[in-house]
Design a protein around this ligand. Sequence first.
Ligand SMILES: [Zn+2]
Ligand SMILES: [Zn+2]
Ligand SMILES: [Zn+2]
Ligand SMILES: [Zn+2]
Length: 489
Amino acid sequence: MQDFSEKIQQAHDEKLGRHLVANMNIDAGETLLEERPLLVAPHWECAQLKCAQCMEESYVMCRKCQVFPLCMDCSQHNDFECEFFASGAGSRICKDLLVKNYGICALLKLLLLLEDPATRADCQTLFERSVNLEDYRDGEGMWQEHEEQVVGPLLASGLVEALPTQQLTADVLHAHCVRIDCNAFEVTGRDGETLKGVFVCGAGLPHHCVPNTVVALDEQFNMKLYAAVPLNAGDVIYNSYTNPLMGTSQRQHQLRLSRHLDCSCSRCQDATEMGTHMSSMKCRECSAGFSICEIGPDGSGNWRCVDCNAILPAVDVHEVLAEAGDALVDAKGELQVYESLLVRYQQLLHPNHFLLLDIKQNIASILRAAALMNSMEQPCKKLLARRVELCSDLLPVCRAVVPGISKLYAIALFEYLLALVELIELQFAESDLDKKEYVAQLRIGSQVAKEALDLLRFEPENSAEGYLSDRISMELERIDSDLMKYGGR
Ligand SMILES: [Zn+2]
Ligand SMILES: [Zn+2]
Ligand SMILES: [Zn+2]
Ligand SMILES: [Zn+2]
């Protein structure tokens, strides 16, 4: 199921457990690992039946087992899971098992992989990382959802009796659910639906908030891991399980919640967040300074201005962040609300603060959607210029926190490109730009498009990123043809 490149090898130590290290010096873009998923399954809350083979919507069931959905295009699904219900230990179980409780699909598939001698060993590799159920029991969200959607219905289905050697109890089933959630990558099917994909090696990569690899996933759910930056022999291979555009407090909160992980990577320990100041506050004492968090030996943080040394109590910082977080949730897509939040929090936060970036991205996407639907009376130049500005504000921060080859930065460049081209075409049409100015702007657009394409060149063709590359190439062709026409080259 896995195909290791000779450039990496397995290693083991106390802190990271089983992990991978570079065997030699590796260039950015080089493939390190290719892997088929152990398991692809819908999210727990998914109610739409999906083909057990290709994971596209299906309203018909497999004729043989009558338990799993199987679409018209697929003739069969996993032999073991089909036989289990057709003629094996599961044949006496009610056939509408999945129709009634589709939430159990992922866990059911995992139990059958565990039962199948051919895949048991792979599952057990995944299980080496222990789950402490007490961390999850009665915790936020997860446990209750698993209980209602998965564990309860599965216990009531008679499946436990059909799989006696696994000694399945409610706690064992809960631990399996946690393992699926903790190890799954978000994969996208051909119909655009997001699903969970569990990869045995991929899941074992340790976390770093500035990962040195990129995970590429195609429509057939194949995973390719490649180097984002040049690696030296002996470097640990890292992946990131958080959004790099979140600030340190947000990322750490998310990692604790989803993986019970306390991250102490270099970015987490750097109060300036790689010079971006994504978590810095404006000083309340002096006009120009910013307060950053100094983590003490006991883990508690004090906020201090880098210019005037004034102390900003941590409780004040938390209060501002909590209030802004709530306000963002309440904004519910309202443009005016976001604009007023931006005005308010620009007075309190560093211009690169993650909350301001979040507000700006929300505004930019509302403006983009409005332009697409033509819902503004005229594609007002002021709004287009605003979108260009918002998109360009994100670029330097995004570049700093995801160095090397980055899909995220490519997407940020694409958003900027779309806004820029739309604006300058309108400005040129309305004679706000003369030919020379228009050509100069087109050249910027052409550079941006090329940079984005360069960052996506290691992505598979049949993936969301592959299609994005096609889209950017089209845009580049249009720019180049205008450059030919007006720029005379
Ligand atoms: Zn199918
Ligand atoms: Zn079947
Ligand atoms: Zn970190
Ligand atoms: Zn100050």
